[in-house]
Design a protein around this ligand. Structure first.
Ligand code: SAJ
Length: 440
C-alpha cells in the first residue's frame, strides 16, 4: 500500500498536485504564477475581493507580474483566484504568504499567520504539504503552526502532514533576481517534511537551498535582513562621527569601497524605510528577549536608524541658522522625495514621514514633492505633492532631499534653490560650486 508520502510525492512529480497560495500580495502572486507556469493548477486565496476580481478578470496588480502572464494562465485553467477558504479542502499543498508587521508596541503581529493557519486547520486533511513564507521569529513554524494544525487531530507530522518554512526573498522591481531564479532556502519540521516540500518547490523554482530545519530557514532570513539593518546603522553612525570630525563621510565610504575584498558598501541616509529591513530584525530581538537575551546589535542599530530623521532635522536647523540666519519656525521647507527608496512608490516606514512630522512640529512651513507619491495621509497631517517642482524649489528657503529618485534634474533644482540639505549625496556628481549644499 502506497504511503501518504509516496502519493504526495507522485502528485508533485507529475505536477497533478493542487496548489493553494494564501495571500496574493507582492510575494504570493509571483509565487502562484511561477507554480502555474511550471504546470501546476494553482488557486490564489485572499480575503481582498478586489485582488480576486482583478485576477479572474485576467489583470495583474503587482508590478513584477505581467498581466499577459495572468491572462495566459487563467485562460489555460492553471491559475484561479477565490476568497473562499473552503477550497483548501481540495488542495494538496498550501503556501502561506501573509504579512508579518509589527504592532504599535513594536511587538510582532502574528495575527495574519494565525488567521491563515486557522483557515487551513478548518479544511486540513491527510496528505497535505504546507509551507510558511512569511518572515517571522525562529520557532514560529514548530511552536505555533504545528500545534495549531495538528492539535485535536490524529495527523502525524512527517507521515501524513508535511510542514516547512521557506523565507520569501522578493525585492519588488528587481529584474535580475526574481521568484523563479532566486535561491530559495527551505527547512522542514522533520526530514520527510523538508524532502517533500523541497521536491514540490524544486518543480517550479530553479534553486531550492535545503537546510536541516524550519528554524535554520527562519533564522537565515532574519540574518539576511539584520545584516542590512546593522550595516546601515553603522554607516549612519559613521556619518554622525564624520560630521563631528569635519570629514566627508561619502568620500570616506567611496575610499573604503575600493577595497576589493572584505568590505560591502552601504550609504548613510535619513533613516530606514520599507516593510522588511526596519521590521524583520525586531522579530528576532523580541524572541530573544523572551529567552532573557538582549540582541544588542539589533537594538543599537534600530536606535541609530530610528534617530536619523531627528538628526536630519537638527542638521537642517543648524544649516538654516548658520548659513542663512533663519530659524526653522516659519521657514518654507520643501522635502524632496518621500518614498522609502528611489524610483518606487512605496511609502511604508519611509523616513520622509518622520522628517515631515518633525519639521511641522518645529513650526516650519513644509511641502513635499515625489513623482511617485501624489498624496500623503499620515498621523494628523495630509499633504499633496507640489505640482510645479522648480517653482516650489525657488519659493522655498530650504530643500531637504530625502529620496534621490533618478528622474530628478538635480542641476536644475540646484540652480534655483537657496539651500539644499542632501541626505543621499545626490549631488556627489557636482565637483565645484557646492556652496548651497549641506551634506549629511
Ligand atoms: N538604505 C540605506 N543605506 C543603504 C541601503 C539602504 O539607508 O546602504 C535604506 C533605504 O533607503 C531604505 C531602507 O534602508 O529606506 C531599506 O533599503 P533596502 O535597500 O534594504 O531595500 P528593501 O527594504 O526593499 O530591502 C529589500 C530586501 N529584500 C527582501 O527582504 C526580500 C533586502 O533583503 C534586499 O537586500 C533589498 O531589498 C535590496 O537589496 O534591494
Amino acid at each position: 500500500m502506497q504511503t501518504t508520502y509516496k502519493k504526495l510525492q507522485e502528485k508533485f512529480e507529475n505536477r497533478t498536485a493542487q496548489i493553494a497560495i494564501l495571500g496574493m500580495g507582492y510575494v504570493g502572486l509571483p509565487l502562484a504564477v511561477v507554480f502555474a507556469k511550471a504546470g501546476f493548477e494553482v488557486t490564489g486565496i485572499d480575503p481582498d475581493e478586489r485582488k480576486i476580481e482583478a485576477l479572474n478578470n485576467r489583470q495583474s496588480y503587482i508590478g513584477d507580474v505581467a498581466t499577459e502572464d495572468v491572462a495566459l494562465l487563467v485562460n489555460a485553467g492553471k491559475l484561479k483566484a477565490t476568497t473562499d477558504f473552503s477550497t483548501i479542502k481540495e488542495m494538496d499543498a498550501v503556501s502561506i504568504c501573509v504579512p508579518t508587521p509589527l504592532r504599535k508596541t513594536g511587538d510582532p503581529d502574528l495575527s495574519y499567520i494565525l488567521k491563515a493557519t486557522a483557515s487551513i486547520k478548518e479544511y486540513l486533511h491527510p496528505e497535505m504539504a504546507i509551507v510558511l513564507e512569511s518572515t517571522t521569529y525562529p520557532g514560529t513554524t514548530r511552536e505555533m503552526l504545528l500545534p495549531e494544525l495538528t492539535d485535536g487531530t490524529d495527523l502525524k507530522i512527517g507521515e501524513d502532514l508535511f510542514l516547512a518554512f521557506s523565507p520569501e526573498r522578493v525585492d519588488p522591481g528587481r529584474e535580475d533576481w526574481t521568484t523563479a531564479n532566486m535561491p530559495k532556502v527551505l527547512g522542514g519540521i522533520t526530514p520527510a517534511c523538508g524532502d517533500i516540500c523541497s521536491l514540490w518547490y524544486g518543480q517550479a523554482l530553479e534553486q531550492v537551498v535545503r537546510v536541516t530545519s524550519a528554524e535554520v530557514a527562519e533564522m537565515a532570513k532574519l540574518l539576511e535582513n539584520t545584516f542590512r539593518m546593522v550595516n546601515i546603522g553603522l554607516v549612519n553612525e559613521m556619518a554622525i562621527m564624520c560630521e563631528k570630525l569635519g570629514v566627508d563621510v561619502w568620500e570616506v565610504i567611496d575610499a573604503a569601497a575600493t577595497k576589493p575584498f572584505g568590505f560591502m558598501k552601504f550609504t548613510p541616509g535619513p533613516g530606514l524605510g520599507g516593510h522588511c529591513i526596519p521590521i524583520d530584525p525586531l522579530y528576532l530581538s523580541w524572541k530573544l528577549k523572551a529567552l532573557n537575551y538582549n540582541a544588542r546589535f539589533i537594538e543599537l542599530a534600530s536606535e541609530i536608524n530610528t534617530n536619523m530623521p531627528r538628526y536630519v532635522v537638527g542638521r537642517t536647523q543648524d544649516a538654516l541658522n548658520e548659513k542663512r540666519g533663519k530659524p526653522l519656525s516659519g521657514t518654507k521647507i520643501l522635502v524632496l522625495g518621500a518614498a522609502y527608496k528611489p524610483d518606487i512608490d512605496d511609502l511604508r516606514e519611509s523616513p520622509a514621514l518622520d522628517v515631515i512630522g518633525l519639521l511641522k512640529g518645529k513650526k516650519a512651513v513644509v511641502s513635499y514633492h515625489d513623482p511617485y507619491i501624489p498624496r500623503i495621509d499620515h498621523d494628523d497631517w495630509h499633504l499633496e505633492s507640489v505640482p510645479n517642482l522648480i517653482k516650489a524649489v525657488a519659493d522655498s528657503d530650504c530643500v531637504v532631499l530625502i529620496t534621490n529618485h533618478s528622474s530628478y534634474d538635480y542641476q536644475a533644482i540646484y540652480d534655483v534653490a537657496d539651500l539644499i540639505v542632501d541626505t543621499r549625496n545626490a549631488y556627489g556628481f557636482m565637483t565645484g560650486g557646492r556652496e548651497k549644499l549641506e551634506l549629511l
